[in-house]
Design a protein around this ligand. Structure first.
Ligand code: NAD
Length: 325
């Protein structure tokens, strides 16, 4: 079995390979070719934490995985990441364990890759400017993935933690070789935005609906609990809405559940999964004026696809530590 640290996962799995792997996984998910048991949520309220156990299998690929991910709200104050995770990858034909890898880095890459696939399918081709909400772990790979699929010229990030926003702006300006500015307000970040990424831990909408221009594409990946809403209900109501995984998106995130409970729209407002667009079953963007929304809650086949690609990349590059159990 190969053990991969977070750094090794980063070296083994480029955003290009992750987008390719997640694209194929999302098509297979919508085609009904994946086994995806409902993920188990374990609330550890005493410590403001949640653990999720996320299994999945693609029998045709002979691969199976389980991710155990913990999300601890007080960790940033401790100087620890909010999200920590381990992914175990198995051979689905024999049940043999193949790899164990850092799931924190893998989650950030695969969640970014999911938004990369959605942006590639749904954003206007002439999109040039990105507004990013949240300056944390996920926001970095969101912006990286969007820049991979569109010719982005500049970005602005808003985070109420001003120091985090400045750090993000400096690091991303350097790594993406384009101007990324820290905005002083949500409204300032939205000026001129063609693509908006929300990757925050906010419980309430992070921008005003009136600041969303016609033709915008939104990737919203932060909310996965029923009382947590990153997006104004009115923005969701006037968007054409796609999800990574319909079953999860209609049972978990406040972004959809709250406006549905307020009667703004019904579940049929979700036009399809990204995989449905890839399979040609559901049309993507219909006009330059349409607002498109990719609402992601995360689904285990994205981890499986990314972990398989990371293992292949690690083997090619001679990365990781082999252990006999
Ligand atoms: N959809 C998925 O597959 C998926 C995968 C991983 C994480 N997530 C979710 O993404 C969210 C972010 O995770 P992370 O690892 O980046 O966390 P993080 O703690 O690294 O970063 C979150 C950032 O959001 C900022 N923030 C809070 N309120 C804000 C507001 N109103 N406007 C702008 N920024 C605000 C915080 O200050 C913080 O910097 C979490 O809710 C997590 O559960 C989703």
């Amino acid at each position: 079995m190969l053990i991969l640290s977070g750094n090794e996962v980063r070296q083994a799995l480029s955003m290009r390979d992750a987008i390719q792997a997640v694209r194929s996984a999302m098509a297979r998910l919508s085609a009904g070719e994946c086994i995806v048991p409902e993920r188990a949520h374990m609330d550890v309220q005493e410590h403001s934490g949640v653990a999720l156990v996320m299994p999945s299998c693609v029998p045709a690929d002979e691969r199976m995985s389980v991710k155990v991910i913990t999300l601890y709200d007080r960790n940033p104050e401790r100087g620890m990441p909010r999200i920590q995770a381990v992914v175990l990858l198995f051979d689905a034909a024999t049940g043999a364990p193949l790899a164990m890898m850092d799931g924190g880095v893998l989650t950030a890459i695969r969640t970014g890759a999911g938004s990369g696939v959605a942006t590639d399918l749904l954003a206007r081709l002439d999109s040039r400017r990105v507004a990013v909400f949240g300056a944390g772990q996920q926001a970095r790979t969101q912006l990286e993935a969007v820049c991979y699929v569109r010719s982005i010229a500049s970005a602005a990030v808003y985070d109420p933690d001003e120091a985090a926003a400045r750090r993000f702006a400096n690091e991303m300006t350097e790594s993406l070789k384009m101007p990324v500015a820290a905005a002083g307000s949500a409204r300032e970040a939205m000026i001129g935005a063609d693509i908006v990424c929300t990757a925050t831990v906010s419980r309430t909408p992070v921008f005003h609906d009136s600041d969303v221009r016609p033709g915008t594409h939104i990737n919203a990946i932060g909310s996965y609990k029923p009382h947590v809403q990153e997006l104004p209900g009115s923005t969701v109501a006037r968007s054409r809405v796609f999800t990574d995984y319909r079953a999860g998106a209609l049972t978990e995130p406040g972004d959809l559940l709250i406006p549905i409970s307020e009667g703004l729209f019904g579940p049929e407002h979700v036009v399809g999964e990204i995989g449905d667009v890839l399979l040609g079953r559901t049309p993507g963007r219909a006009s330059d004026d349409e607002i498109t929304l990719y609402k992601s809650v995360g689904v285990a086949v994205q981890d499986l696809a990314a972990a398989s690609a990371a293992l292949a990349g690690a083997r090619e590059r001679g990365l990781g530590t082999e252990v006999a159990l």
